[in-house]
Each structure stands twice: as structure tokens, then as C-alpha cells.
Design a protein around this ligand. Structure first.
Ligand code: ADP
Length: 445
């Protein structure tokens, strides 16, 4: 193409030289034919420009030479672009059709939390309107405080369940999935049915436990009387002893079930009463030392004077359960170390023991209700299988979590972690006082 164009230019110039030699005025002929050549090129350029500005509607101009080649290139590029565009469009249509067919809501949010797109179920569940709400910030439309907090959180751990604003509306589970450069894919599900079943289950457990408590108290009272009655045939001593220990076990299970129901039915977050954790732990330490069946060493180190803002009852319940487990699952020759400390990220209570440990495969499930690594052993130790479920719930109500490290046969460390918002910062002076309070007792273990 280019050699043809060069040959044509050379031909024009050659013709001008020939005409100049024949008729004289060589420079004039050269100038005249060059101008004609330039005008010809300009006309082609003009036709190309016209076609480019009306491209989709008109056929490409029929041009030869270099310009014809350029037109052919443009047509080829255009065809390729159209093909890719069609492919992307059909993929997009397919994607939209499939997300529209989903029973769950899907919303795409920009990094500034503006709504980019949503499918019909999301519109129905959240009351969004296609024409009006696209481009608006979602937290201006859904003003539920828990939702706003979740949306602006750093991590989107687990789905958030939001309660219906009015009775009769649905419970929604919202899961945000970050992607790309800060955009968010938000999945919305109606979980009203699951919540109703869950509420029924909780009510049933709470009511059944409550109803069982009174008859059990009566039975246990009579058994105590019988055990102390000298008139009872000594042959009954063994069965009465067994019956008493079984009723004690039932009382313990019912107590734990009621505690768990209480924690589960607590609405929202735990209260924010100041709790002096150092004093609480010193008391738990004293109680642990007073137990006859405890391991040889039970130590407490309080490394921070900070306390917690929370429910004293729930915090005590969580700490007691973790501690009692360590005492139960550690042999008499072992040791248990309780530790309280805080840092820039929050506050922590850990209990490290040198007990039987937990095989790794059981770790993910030990906070489930009634989950026991060794049911026989747990029962033998007077365990209900509910202790760690209580700990998990109590911590969750405080925005905290339970961290477990354990090696079978070597021991375990359970750490209750509390977020910074729950930490009650206290002056350093109090650290020394708290340490002085706990140190002599720690050594007495
Ligand atoms: P339980 O009443 O049976 O102790 P928990 O919910 O408190 O129930 O604990 C669940 C299971 O986790 C226990 O049955 C036990 O197998 C295991 N576990 C808990 N704490 C410890 C520990 N400190 N050392 C070893 N195993 C433990």
C-alpha cells in the first residue's frame, strides 16, 4: 500500500518534470501538479472525516491507496469492537436476569456507599425505588442505627440481622461483601421464618427449664431430708446418694439452660455498667483456691487496672465458666494461670492450664450447646456442656469474642477478648493497688 502510494507520488513528480522539459517552466509544472496531488489527498481526507462523523449510518467511502487502507482498518476495528460490546452486553443481560431471578436481594454499592444497582427482590425487601434511589447513599435511605454501624465498619464479619421497624414486617439478614476498589456487594434475605422458629425454640427451652425447676427443688429437698433421716433403711443409702447426685446434675443443667436463655433473650448489646475486673478476678481466684479438687497451682496476674463497661453478671458468668473448665480439666498436679491485661486494641482475660487439652478437630465446635469432647468425662466432672456456649454469648453481648488455643495432652488457653469501646480506662495508680490486692494470694496457691 505504501510502496504504491510512493510510486504514485513519484509518477506525479515525474510527469511534472517531463511536462516542464517539454514545455519549459519546470518549477511551475512541479508546483502545479504537487498542488493537484495535495488537493486530491485533501478530498480523500475530507470524505474520510465525513464518514467517520456519520459512521454507524453510512457505508464506508470507496477510496483507493493509503486512505482505502485506513478505511479498511477502521472497519475491521469497528467490527471487532462491536463483537466485544455485544458479548459484554449479553453477559451483562444474563447476569441481570439471573440476579433478578434470585429470591434474595442483591445491591451493588459504590465505595461511597451509593446505590449503583439493585435487583427487584432487594427493592421489595428494602423499599427501594429504581428510578429514584439509584445514585443515593444507602444509609440515607435505611436509617437503622445497627445497619449504619455495620456499613461503616472495617470488617463485615457474619451477616447482620435487622429487626422489623414495625410489627408485622420482616426480619432481614444483610451480608456485605467488599470487592474491587472499595465497592460492596450486599446480599439481603428475608429471615422472618428462621427468626420465628429460633424464638419458639428459645421460649420452649426457657419455659421448660423454668417449669422443671420447681419440681426438681421439691425432689431435691425430700432427698436431702431422706439422706439425713436415721430412720431410713441403710440399704437405701446408696440409691439415695445416686438420686441426690443426679438431681444436683439436673439442677446444674437447668441453671445453665436458664442462664443461656437469659443471655440469648437480651436485646441488643449488654448494659454499660463499670465493672472492676481486678476485684472480680481476685474474688474468683479466692473461690478457686478454696476448692478441694483444684490443681496444685492456681495463679492470678493482674497487669492492668482497667476495668470493663458491661454487665457485671454476664462478665462474671463468662469468667467463671472459663475458669471452672480449666480447674475441671487439669489434673491435681497441673497448674492454672489467670491473666488480665489491656492494650491499645482492648482488654483481655485469659486462663491457661496444663490440663488434658482439646484435639484440634473439636476446637471449632466446643462453643456449641451440649458439645463435649468426651461426654463421659464431662459428665463425670459435673459438666452440663453449656459452659462455653454461655461464655460465647456473654462475650458477644459485649462485642467481644473467645479465642481458644489448645494442644491435646499439653493444655489449653482460653482468652476472652473485649473491644476498646468496652474498656474502662483507670489511672495507673490503681494498677499497683490491684496488683497488691492479687499478688499475695497468687503466691499462696
Ligand atoms: P462442660 O460443661 O462439658 O465443661 P463446656 O461448654 O464448658 O461444657 O465445654 C465444652 C467442652 O470443651 C467440654 O466438654 C470439654 O471437653 C472441652 N473443654 C472446655 N474447657 C476445657 C479445658 N480447659 N481443657 C480441656 N477441655 C476443655
Amino acid at each position: 500500500m505504501w510502496s504504491f502510494a510512493l510510486a504514485r507520488l513519484a509518477g506525479v513528480l515525474g510527469l511534472a518534470v517531463l511536462l516542464g522539459l517539454i514545455f519549459g517552466q519546470l518549477w511551475l509544472w512541479l508546483l502545479g501538479l504537487s498542488c493537484l496531488y495535495a488537493a486530491w489527498q485533501l478530498i480523500d481526507l475530507y470524505r474520510l472525516d465525513r464518514w467517520l462523523s456519520t459512521r454507524p449510518k453510512t457505508d464506508p467511502p470507496d477510496m483507493g491507496g493509503v486512505w482505502g487502507g485506513v478505511v479498511a482498518q477502521i472497519v475491521r476495528l469497528n467490527r471487532r469492537k462491536r463483537f466485544h460490546k455485544q458479548r459484554v452486553l449479553s453477559l451483562l443481560r444474563e447476569l441481570r436476569r439471573s440476579t433478578a431471578a434470585l429470591p434474595d436481594g442483591v445491591i451493588i454499592l459504590s465505595r461511597h456507599r451509593e446505590i449503583h444497582w439493585f435487583n427487584p427482590p432487594a427493592g421489595r425487601l428494602l423499599g427501594l425505588k429504581r428510578g429514584l434511589d439509584i445514585g443515593l447513599r444507602i444509609d440515607n435511605l435505611i436509617r437503622n442505627p445497627e445497619f449504619v454501624k455495620y456499613l461503616h465498619g472495617e470488617r463485615f464479619a457474619g451477616p447482620l440481622v435487622i429487626r422489623p421497624p414495625k410489627p408485622g414486617e420482616c426480619y432481614l439478614s444483610i451480608q456485605a461483601v467488599p470487592y474491587g476498589a472499595g465497592q460492596i456487594l450486599m446480599l439481603v434475605r428475608d429471615v422472618t421464618r428462621q427468626m420465628q422458629i429460633e424464638a419458639m425454640r428459645k421460649d420452649f427451652v426457657a419455659n421448660a427449664s423454668h417449669e422443671l425447676r420447681t419440681p426438681l427443688t421439691v425432689i431435691s429437698g425430700y432427698l436431702d431430708t431422706l439422706a439425713e433421716d436415721p430412720g431410713v433403711d441403710p440399704a437405701w443409702a446408696g440409691p439415695i446418694h445416686d438420686m441426690r447426685s443426679q438431681t444436683q446434675r439436673m439442677t446444674l443443667i437447668i441453671g445453665d439452660l436458664l442462664e443461656l436463655s437469659r443471655l440469648e433473650s437480651t436485646e441488643g448489646e449488654a448494659v454499660r455498667d463499670p465493672v472492676d475486673t481486678g476485684a472480680l478476678l481476685a474474688r474468683l481466684h479466692r473461690d478457686a483456691l478454696a476448692r478441694g479438687d483444684r490443681p496444685a497451682q492456681v495463679e492470678l496476674s493482674i497487669e492492668s487496672a482497667d476495668g470493663l463497661f458491661g454487665s457485671a453478671r454476664d462478665i462474671e458468668s463468662a469468667f467463671t465458666n472459663v475458669l471452672v473448665n480449666a480447674l475441671k480439666y487439669t489434673p491435681a498436679t497441673g497448674s492454672v494461670h489467670m491473666r488480665w491485661w489491656s492494650d491499645a486494641g482492648g482488654a483481655y482475660f485469659s486462663v491457661a492450664d496444663t490440663g488434658i487439652g482439646i484435639p484440634e478437630e473439636h476446637l471449632p465446635r466446643i462453643t456449641e450447646r451440649f458439645y463435649r469432647v468426651d461426654p463421659g468425662r464431662s459428665r463425670e466432672q459435673g459438666g452440663s456442656g453449656l459452659g462455653l456456649a454461655i461464655v460465647k454469648h456473654a462475650l458477644q453481648l459485649h462485642g467481644g469474642q473467645l479465642d481458644v488455643h489448645s494442644v491435646e495432652g499439653k493444655g489449653s488457653t482460653f482468652t476472652c477478648e473485649f473491644p476498646l469501646v468496652r474498656v474502662w480506662r483507670r489511672p495507673e495508680r490503681a494498677v499497683a493497688e490491684a496488683a497488691a490486692q492479687s499478688a499475695p494470694r497468687a503466691k499462696s496457691a
